[in-house]
Write a protein that binds this ligand. Sequence first.
Ligand code: AMP
Ligand code: GLY
Length: 465
Amino acid sequence: MSIQTTLNPYIYPVSSQPEKSPFNAGETLQEKTSPLTVLLLGSGGRECALAWKIAQSPALKHLYIAPGNGGTGAYGQNVDLSPLDFDAIARFVSEHGVDMIVVGNEDPLVAGIYDYFQGREGAPLIVGPSKAGAALEGSKDFAKQFMVRHNIPTARYRSFTAETVAEGEKFLEELRPPYVLKADGLAAGKGVLIIDNLDEAKASLREMLSGMFGKSSATVVIEEFLKGIECSVFVLTDGNGGYRILPVAKDYKRIGEGDTGPNTGGMGAVSPVAFADDVFMKKVEERIILPTVNGLKAEGITYRGFIFLGLIEVGGEPMVIEYNVRMGDPETEVVMLRIASDLLPLLRAAAEGCLGDMPLAIDPRYATTVMVVSGGYPGSYPKGKVITGTDECGDAILFHAGTKLNPDGTLVTSGGRVIACSSYGNDIDEALAGSFKAANALEYDGKYFRRDIGADLKAILNLKS
Ligand code: AMP
Ligand code: GLY
C-alpha cells in the first residue's frame, strides 16, 4: 500500500517573529545538507522508536544510542554510556565526531546537559531545552507559575513546604474531593497522589513534606481535581517562535483494564485521538502552544526541542495537566509512525533555532501500540526471561523497551515495560488488530498486556458515526 501524506493543518509560523535564514553565515547548501552523526540518549521504547525513525533519514551518517536496549541495535550502534555522565558523553562526542545529540529522557535535560555543552569547543547541536526550560518538567511549582504568568488554562493550585503545612491543610479543606497532591520535583512518574478522603489527603501532605519522595517532595503542589479525558500533544520548537505540532496521541497509564489499578509508565497509545479535532486543536494552539512558545522566548529561556503537553479536555476546553520536556513513552511509539516527513532535518533545524517553513507531513493512517510488560509491573518483577515469537508478529513494528540481547544472541527481558507492539491501520480497528496480534505472539514467562487499549476512543468514534 502506498503511504498517503497530507500536510499538517497546524503549521502556522508565528508572524510576529522574524524568520531567520536557515543558514549560518558563510554556510553553503552542501554543508547544510551534509549527513549528520547523531547520538541518541536513552534506553526505552521511546528511544527505539526515535532510532527507527532517524535511521530512515538520508541525512544520517551514523547513529549511536546510549545506552540503548536489545532492539535499538537494529537501527544504530549501542554504546555503553550513561546519559547522565556528561564528561563521558563529551569525550565520546569529540572522539566520534557527533554533530547532534537527541535527548530522549528528561533526566539529562533537568540535570543541564544543554548548558553543559554551551561554549565548549566542538559542541554538538542539542535537541532539548536548557536547564531553565527543563524546569517545566523538573519543578511542577515552576510550571504552574509559568502557566499563571502566561494565562495558560490549568487547575487552580497552591504550593506548600514543611513551614506552611498548616496552610496546606486549610487549602485542602477549601477544595472538593478528590484531592490532587504532586511532588514538585522528578519522582519517576510516581509523584502524583489522588486521594478521596480529606484526612488521608492531610496525612499524605505531611508524609510527602517529610520526604516520601525524598527532596522531590520538599515542596508539594496541591491542585483542583479536573474531570475529563486526557491526551498528549507534542510540539517541536526552535526557541525562536517557530514550532510544529506533531500528531496527537492518547496513552493508557493504569495497569488494569478499564483504567484501574496503579499508574504505570504507559501501557499503550493511539493516534489520532477522536476528540482532538480541529476545533479543539485550534484552542490548544491559541491558548496553550502559542503562549508557551512565546512565553519561553519572552522570559529568555532557551528551548530548542520537544514540548509535551499533558492535556485534559474539560467540557470541550483544553487545560494543561502537566508539561514534560521530552517525547512521551509510549506515545512516541505511535507518533513516529505518523510522521511522514524525514524527521532528522526537522530536529536539526529546531536545534539550530530555525524551523522556518520546513514542512511536516503527517501520515493519515491510524497508529496504535500495545505494551507487553513483565508480570508484577509496576511493582517488582523478574528479569532475564527469554523472549520468543518476535518473528511471528506480522506487520507490527516491535519497539523494544526493557529487553537485552545476551552475548549468545538470546533476547531476554530487562525491565517492566518490555516491548511496544506498534501497528498502522486504515482505521483504529485495523491498527489495533496488528498490535494485538503481535502482543499475543510474543512469549515470555509472566507476559501481560491490556486488551482494552483504544476501547474508549472506539466508543467516541461510534458515537460520532
Ligand atoms: P502526572 O504525573 O503529572 O502526569 O500525573 C499523573 C496523572 O494524574 C495524570 O495523567 C492525570 O491522570 C492525573 N492528574 C494529575 N493532575 C490532575 C488533576 N489536576 N486533575 C485530575 N487528574 C490529574
Ligand atoms: N506516557 C507519559 C509519559 O511519557 O510521561
